[in-house]
Design a protein around this ligand. Structure first.
Ligand code: NAD
Ligand code: ZN
Ligand code: ZN
Length: 343
């Protein structure tokens, strides 16, 4: 079968490999579609700082089960499933406390839980192997476009669930970066709260997309943007800011426009540092959190919203042979929503 591999530092290749066999408690999924995440570009850009060469890429996979391993009774051949991004152990203290995205056993302090395409062969292939436990039924959701629900849906869902108490009607939420994650994040916010939404993106076409999705105000980043957000909120600041970019400029924008007691969620891996400060002029009570992926409970909520057509991943499909074009288009910022490789 064909598989997109990170074969050596910064090099993606399409290789012909054996079709894998599921082990005990595993299933084999015939991949219907695999999403490209900006994190995949970060992996390529890490060069030899990324240790896992030879793995098949892709952490946003969905498809149809075509073989089950010994002992699997929960799933059958023919089931349409979404493969969870977070392969947590399910039994450690973090997992049983419902923080499985911080699993102590498969992740740990300096890492993230096991994940397809990151620590195991992933979804950019004709078939993938996954633990049966981490395959969630798709019901009527089309498997071709469902893969991004496990990251571009799950990751915003976690960030949003961690700020629910501030999402009151009358509150203002700023979403920075309306790409794969941001366009689903905006839809989740529209579906679950009555707060006012401000979208920020450097690309005017992404801002037009945000307006279509229901953003009340759209802003390009620049020297006046923090002042614009303050003006939109009577000088008080935004109650919630979710940064899906995370470069220094966007993190600084968050710091300059968050309200007292406001909540900042840093999701994008742009390497920016939040200027946490005890200075007298900093607003009191600001709560800042780096946010990684999401919990199984979050993922069930994402699937419920998708099943009700309240959120929809927008995507462009590429045949797996054209994987390099898909990566190039993602890097060039040409995509609306996500790119999906179809094996
Ligand atoms: P994407 O490329 O689809 O979208 C990024 C968006 O940000 C684009 O619309 C782009 O125009 C905009 N943008 C880029 N630089 C900007 C700037 N300086 N100011 C304003 N807007 C800017 O990316 P994605 O797949 O949505 O991923 C977003 C980020 O989240 C990436 O860094 C990715 O690695 C990270 N990520 C983190 C997690 C997590 O668990 N923390 C999970 C998935 C992805
Ligand atoms: Zn990702
Ligand atoms: Zn665990």
């Amino acid at each position: 079968m064909r598989a997109v591999k990170l074969s050596s530092p910064s090099t993606l290749t399409l290789e012909d490999v054996d079709i894998p066999e599921p082990g005990p408690a595993e299933v084999r999924v015939k991949v219907a579609g695999a999403g490209l995440c900006h994190s995949d570009l970060h992996l390529v850009d890490l060069g030899d700082a990324w240790p896992a060469f030879g793995l098949t890429m892709g952490h946003e996979g969905a498809g149809i089960i075509d073989a089950v391993g010994v002992g699997v009774t929960s799933h059958s051949v023919g089931d349409a499933v979404l493969v969870n991004l977070v392969w947590s152990c399910g039994t450690c203290r973090a997992c049983v406390e419902g923080r499985d995205n911080a699993c102590e056993v498969t992740g740990g302090r300096d890492s993230f839980p096991s994940a397809p395409g990151l620590t195991a062969d992933g979804a950019m292939a004709e078939y993938m192997i996954a633990p049966a436990r981490h395959c969630l039924p798709l019901g009527g959701i089309d498997p071709v476009g469902a893969g991004p629900l496990t990251d571009a849906g799950l990751t915003p869902m976690r960030a949003i669930n961690s700020v629910l108490d501030r999402l009151t009607p009358g509150a203002t939420v700023v979403v920075i970066g309306i790409g794969g994650l941001g366009h689903v994040g905006l839809q989740i916010l529209k579906a679950i709260c009555g707060s006012r939404l401000i979208a920020v993106d450097q690309d005017p076409t992404k801002l037009a997309h945000a307006a279509e999705l229901g953003a009340d105000v759209t802003l390009e980043p620049g020297p006046e943007t923090a002042a614009r957000i303050l003006a939109e909120t009577g000088g008080y600041g935004a109650d919630v800011i979710i940064d899906f970019v995370g470069v220094q400029a966007t993190v600084d924008l968050a710091a300059a426009s968050i309200a007292p007691e406001g909540k900042v969620r840093l999701v994008g891996l742009g390497g920016g540092a939040y200027p946490a400060s005890a200075a007298i002029e900093a607003p009191w009570g600001v709560n800042i959190q780096r946010s990684y992926a999401g919990t199984r409970a979050d993922l069930l909520q994402v699937l419920a919203l998708a099943a009700q057509n309240k959120i929809k991943v927008e995507y462009t499909t590429y045949p797996i042979d054209d994987f390099q074009q898909a990566f190039d288009d993602l890097r060039a910022g040409k995509l609306r929503g996500r790119a999906i490789l179809v094996p």
